[in-house]
Design a protein around this ligand. Structure first.
Ligand code: FAD
Length: 475
């Protein structure tokens, strides 16, 4: 009898344990994607994620066709869709790879219990992570809340099994399995704001593997020195590919080991450590499922967020019109490309939550809708960390100064000039803080503050003091 292979955020054929299990006996495989965004509520994929998903499913279908199969597309509810598909194809087994966000976990548990009670074989597999959240616990059986201890515990077993390659043929049962067209899912935006995404990204497994190989070959050895520079192409930009499971961490690690040997030492270590942060984020989300909206540090439940003009501040931030160049550059990069450099994510999040005292949940929502790599684990960790209320957060009083951050990590202003071209002719000295430039300099550079480019919406020093005072009230 055929087996159903339920694709979710594991949109690849390489290193796919559910596919390996479904095709193990040589019987036909029925691959299916079920569209059921309401089952992920309140974190249904945002607009940028839907765009990515559409093109990733196109690529997956093409890879399956090249191997003699095809992707069935169904609409949820997932349980009903799986029932129908099993009845129609005579499948007796269903395989999928595990996810770790609370809504999906609850749904999957329910589905597994129901299908097993009906006598179907139903198995989930590990594909998204190197370590399961229940495998890495401290001496008292509790999850780690500090990254360094967590990562030490992982490091002891970082020498992993080699991943299994994509099979050359995936036998189908061609006559069965109804399918919708992908267009019927309506994932693409109705208004064309997505040109920047098209120009920046190629979703799909082939592009993911190419990017990973190119990064490991050419850039990985410089990653430690370059990872904080938004003006340089030092990062792997694999985050959306990893989020949608177009490449798995096991494959990535095996490429790194093949080129560099021991992943816990030497040139490869700084990058592998970031993959460790990715694991940590997923483990935290698994153990603390309320954290996408609730602070991990309970004291922050009473934090005195701003009460006035929150909407205005949020809008200026979203549109890249705060008058603070590094922040505006980041927010515009996000809007145009669906991605933002990690250093700049920290700076824009710090400005919003500390200088502007806007609750971190509002920033997390905006990222959720605009990032192509929007990931509940990574986004939650990043926002809580920056706001000071999450696991292993830096001390609250370390508030990023966006001017100093710009001078240090975008020293020649390449990044700011790219995204804020209206400031391009300002000399480096004033580029990160145009409000300090003498009028003659502004005039010579063709910048009318408040006209061509906003004056800063906040005084950095005063707002820093206000944030520290807010912290005093809850600490
Ligand atoms: P690289 O520097 O090449 O790192 C390689 C991989 O390691 C990344 O692809 C990612 O999977 C992982 N990684 C790196 N840094 C982190 C980190 N701090 N936390 C968790 N994983 C990490 N990452 C997301 O994938 N999705 C998000 O929604 C997300 N939201 C964030 C929000 C904020 C406020 C902050 C500060 C960070 C957020 N991050 C998020 C983490 C990080 O910014 C991105 O993973 C990174 O910028 C992706 O670019 P890259 O692939 O070039 O990373």
């Amino acid at each position: 009898a055929p087996s159903i292979l339920w694709f979710r955020r594991d949109l690849r054929l390489d290193d796919n344990p559910a596919l390996a299990a479904a095709s193990s006996g040589g019987a036909p495989v029925i691959p299916v994607y079920i569209h059921a965004p309401e089952e992920e509520a309140p974190w249904e994929p945002g607009a940028a994620s839907r765009w990515w998903l559409h093109w990733s499913l196109v690529a997956l279908d093409a890879s399956l066709r090249a191997r003699g199969n095809r992707l069935r597309i169904l609409r949820g509810p997932s349980l009903e869709a799986l029932h129908r598909l099993a009845a129609e194809t005579g499948a007796r087994a269903i395989h999928w790879n595990r996810l770790y966000d609370p809504a999906t976990r609850a749904r999957d548990t329910r589905i597994k219990q129901t299908l097993r009670a009906e006598g179907l074989c139903c198995e989930s597999h590990k594909a998204a992570l190197l370590f399961e959240p229940w495998e890495i616990l401290n001496g008292s059986g509790q999850p780690y809340r500090v990254f360094s201890a967590f990562w030490r515990a992982c490091g002891r077993s970082l020498h992993i099994e080699p991943p299994c390659p994509a099979p050359e043929v995936i036998p189908d049962r061609p006559e069965s399995g109804e399918t919708l067209t992908l267009d019927a899912l309506d994932l693409l935006p109705r208004i064309a704001w997505d040109q920047g995404l098209h120009a920046t990204w190629t979703p799909g497994e082939t592009a993911a593997l190419e990017r990973a190989r190119a990064f490991v070959d050419a850039r990985l050895s410089d990653y430690g020195g370059m990872r904080d520079r938004p003006d340089r192409p030092g990062n792997s930009r694999l985050s959306p590919h990893l989020h949608f499971g177009e490449i798995g961490p096991r494959r990535l690690l095996s490429l790194i080991v093949a080129a560099f040997g021991d992943p816990t030492r030497g040139a490869a270590e700084p990058y592998v450590r970031e993959l460790g942060w990715r694991e940590f984020a997923h483990h935290l989300l698994h153990h603390f499922p309320e954290t996408p909206t609730e602070p991990l540090d309970g004291r922050f439940g009473a934090f005195p967020w701003a009460e006035e003009d929150v909407e205005g501040a949020l809008r200026a931030w979203q549109r890249g019109r705060t008058g603070i160049p590094l922040v505006d550059a980041g927010m515009r990069e996000l809007w145009h490309t669906g991605w933002m450099h990690n250093r700049v994510r920290m700076v824009v999040a710090s400005l919003l939550t500390k200088n502007l005292l806007v609750p971190w949940q509002a920033g997390a929502r905006w990222f959720w809708d605009t990032l192509v790599d929007a990931d509940l684990a990574g986004n939650t960790l990043g926002w809580q960390w920056t706001a000071g209320c999450g696991a292993d957060a830096a001390p609250y009083f370390r508030i990023f100064n966006p001017v100093l951050q710009g001078q240090r990590f975008d020293p020649d202003g390449v990044y700011v000039r790219r995204w804020c071209p209206e400031l391009a002719r300002l000399p480096d000295k004033y580029l990160q803080q145009p409000w300090t430039a003498p009028q003659a300099v502004l005039t010579a550079a063709g910048v009318r503050l408040g006209v061509d480019y906003p004056r800063p919406i906040i005084d950095l020093a005063q707002s820093r003091a206000r944030a520290l005072a807010a912290w005093e009230r809850i600490k």
